[in-house]
Design a protein around this ligand. Structure first.
Ligand code: COA
Length: 325
């Protein structure tokens, strides 16, 4: 049976130049390099320059992904941006990136699922491409979490960083089996009962201000490993695959302990896990495409390999996607 698949043509990332180390943070709040490294695996993160907005970061990543794909912006007819830190309340940050790329056709919009945003955006684009409504999509995760952190709260400000990553997808014919190249499946979940575990205490409708990130770290941690393992198992089952079939696990980069815990639950050796959290911190929706771009650029991820991506974040919202690269 011939079906349409969203095939990955290219991937790219962008990190702001400014590095903020754990030692830098220890001069701002009562913390230490040792505490941060032991509890999270993070050594440093990037912080956007004042003039760099989420769309600036996203535009750099989009250009890198298009160059990697070897296609021009004029081929793109869908842009989906995952972000929780949009430039403005409206319009969508995606439309600013669209204009920056000089694209005047097709559609551009944002999706909001916080740290799981890239999986939700990928799933959205995948479904549009499979349905034949659009042909070539840019899926972008772009964030400036430094702008919503409470820099006096040591429990949260040490965890996050800024950045952007993007993938180019194009509809191509496949056989409808797990041997097809492209997005094989996506699984999305939300449970709004866990709002208080991770949220921002502001917004247009509630306080008319941007607010700051608030988190019950232990609560998030508790849900993360269980929910991620469940969604990963669903992804494998849906494709008739076992964990041995996975060439690379590219998880959301929130915390090295969550990543190691998930890999262990799946029985995956750490050599098959892509880790960037030590250098990027948690860049929310940007973390997976940033990690993908690194692992493609250094030759780890190769065409035809099976890549599993998964994430959880505020909502709670979580999910996974299986891709044959
Ligand atoms: N530096 C030093 N001490 C810190 C600290 C910091 N940056 N942040 C918190 N502490 C202190 C706490 O105040 C607490 O001190 P106390 O025992 O005197 O009260 C102690 O460290 C333990 O705090 P706790 O919050 O219980 O630590 P933890 O082991 O749960 O680790 C996290 C905290 C945030 C690293 C951990 O819960 C976590 O990673 N959770 C998941 C968060 C996440 O990934 N969120 C994003 C999902 S998208």
């Amino acid at each position: 049976m011939t079906v349409l698949r969203a095939r990955v043509l290219g991937v790219g990332g962008y990190l702001p130049a400014r590095v903020l180390t754990n030692d830098d943070l220890s001069k701002m709040v009562d913390t230490s390099d040792e505490w941060i490294r032991e509890r999270t695996g993070i050594r440093e993160r990037r912080i956007a320059a004042p003039e760099e907005l989420t769309s600036t970061l996203g535009l750099h990543a989009a250009r890198a992904a298009l160059a990697n794909a070897g296609i021009g912006a004029d081929e793109v007819d869908l842009i989906v941006v995952a972000t929780s830190t949009p430039d403005e309340t409206f319009p969508a940050t995606a439309t600013k990136i669209q204009a920056g790329l000089g694209i005047t056709r097709g559609a551009a919009f944002d999706v909001q699922a916080v740290c799981a945003g890239f999986i939700f955006a990928l799933s959205t684009a995948d479904n549009f491409l499979k349905a034949g409504q659009f042909r070539t999509a840019l899926v972008i995760g772009a964030e400036t979490f430094s702008r919503i952190l409470d820099w006096n709260d040591r429990g949260t400000c040490v965890l996050f960083g800024d950045g952007a990553g993007a993938v180019v997808l194009q509809a191509a014919e496949g056989e409808g089996t797990s041997d097809d190249r492209g997005v094989l499946s996506t699984h999305l979940f939300s449970d709004g009962r866990h709002h208080d575990a991770l949220y921002v205490d502001g917004g247009v409708s509630s306080t008319q201000s941007a607010g700051h990130l608030r988190m019950e770290g232990k609560e998030v941690f508790r849900h993360a490993v269980v929910k991620l393992a469940d969604s990963v198992n669903e992804a494998l089952e849906a494709n008739g695959l076992t964990a041995e079939a996975i060439d690379w696990l590219v998880p959301h980069q929130a915390n090295a302990r969550i990543i190691i815990g998930t890999a262990r639950k799946m029985g995956l050796p750490m050599e098959k896990v892509v880790m960037t959290v030590d250098r990027h911190g948690n860049t929310s929706a940007a973390s997976i495409p940033l990690a993908l771009s690194e692992a493609v650029a250094d030759g780890r991820i190769l065409p035809g390999q099976v890549v599993l991506v998964e994430a959880i974040g505020g909502g709670l919202a979580w999910g996974s996607a299986l891709i044959r690269w």
